[in-house]
Ligand binder design. Structure first.
Ligand SMILES: Cc1ncc(COP(=O)(O)O)c(C=O)c1O
Length: 350
């Protein structure tokens, strides 16, 4: 996000910096308490502090999960389009990426459960689930999650549920359901990855965590990370604690702002940028814009040339789309809209 961090976080970091001692950090009890409190209050998920394994980031945790829960050349499954590290982390850990496309229907992106089952190879050991889903913005319903989990349990596939966007709900009535809350049995087969980084704009401070209630899985995960993954640093703990304990008011304000930004963008894209279209994201501050009507091989280049930085869908496994981050000032967003309109006008009139 482009926004200045919450004062409570900045103040906590200042205090920490003023201590002037920057040694290795130990797990902070207060940060742990703040995580437990936040998950309970926001997501009605009562966790035991022992389940938390701190990590310097969610992407490194994805790599660790790949190594902990699958063997060389075994399959790691994900639905596409998807946040690019889901596609390349299995390979860089010597595993295979197995993918299944989400179906774009009248009512938005959906999982084709038959296709999902067909695509799951017998050697697929892990499902990397993105919940809520980056880039399509879906907040999976309880029914959808139950069906995914039921298939995974039956096929002995561990669920690694990346829930980093879980707080960023764009509709007031949308509710995120942590996969591990579906049932005790599902929790036993689930590793949840989270972080305050997206919600509070702290990604540069390198702090995230896994929640793993099954002690065997937790031990395997910790073993795979040992000696390779660095410890979380003191500023990461400090910021995470301040965010979850004292950042609610800031966060609510940002959420309202993001929702209004999405409304503005949604109307501009669908009403003033034909042939582009977008579906409203139920969560995340990312717009997944369908540019296929432009018949342009590289829509990213078109918008970049016009002065708007977007990510190309190809990196996510779906050509013809771009992803635009709308977590910026309204003024900035309006500038982007104007530049995109001009680029489309020029493109469609030459
Ligand atoms: C789904 C998802 N997971 C993980 C990350 C990055 O997490 P981290 O910076 O903690 O590695 C992102 C950032 O965009 C994301 O969208």
């Amino acid at each position: 996000m482009d926004f200045r961090s919450a004062e409570a976080i900045i103040e906590a970091l200042r205090k920490r910096a003023n201590e002037g001692v920057f040694g290795y950090a130990r797990q902070s009890e207060q940060a742990l308490e703040a995580v437990v409190g936040w998950l309970d209050k926001r997501h009605h998920w009562k966790i035991n502090p022992e389940w938390v394994v701190w990590m310097p980031g969610v992407v490194s945790a994805i790599h660790v999960a790949a190594r902990a829960f699958s063997g060389p050349q075994e399959g790691i499954f994900t639905f596409t389009p998807i946040y690019p590290p889901f596609l390349w982390s299995p390979q860089s850990s010597g595993r295979r990426t197995v993918t299944c496309p989400l179906q774009l229907t009248e009512s938005g992106y959906q999982i084709d459960f038959d296709l999902f089952e067909e695509t799951l190879t017998p050697d697929t050991k892990v499902l990397l689930l993105c919940s809520p889903h980056n880039p399509v913005g879906r907040v999976w319903t309880r029914e959808e999650l139950m069906r995914v989990a039921e298939i995974c349990l039956r096929r002995k596939v561990l669920i690694c549920s990346d829930e980093i966007h879980c707080d960023l709900l764009m509709g007031p009535n949308v509710r995120h359901i942590p996969t591990a809350t579906l049932s005790q049995e599902i929790a036993e087969h689930t590793v949840t990855l989270m972080s305050a980084a997206k919600s509070f704009n702290l990604p540069g401070l390198n702090c995230g965590f896994a929640v793993i209630s099954n002690p065997t899985l937790r031990r395997q995960f910790q073993e795979a990370a040992k000696g390779i993954v660095p410890h979380v640093n003191i500023f990461g703990y400090t910021a995470t604690q301040a965010a979850y304990a004292d950042g609610s008011a800031w966060f609510e304000e940002v959420l309202e702002y993001l929702r209004a930004n999405q409304d503005l963008l949604y109307h501009a894209v669908n009403e003033e940028m034909q042939p582009l279209s977008m579906i409203k994201a139920e969560a995340t501050y990312l717009a997944w814009i369908d540019c296929r009507g432009l018949e342009q091989d590289n829509p990213r280049a078109l918008f970049e040339k016009a002065g708007v930085g977007v990510m190309d869908g190809t990196a996510f496994g779906q050509k013809g789309f771009v992803r635009l981050n709308f977590a910026c000032s309204r003024e900035h967003l309006m500038t982007a809209v104007e530049r995109m309109k001009k680029a489309i006008h020029y493109h469609t009139n030459v």
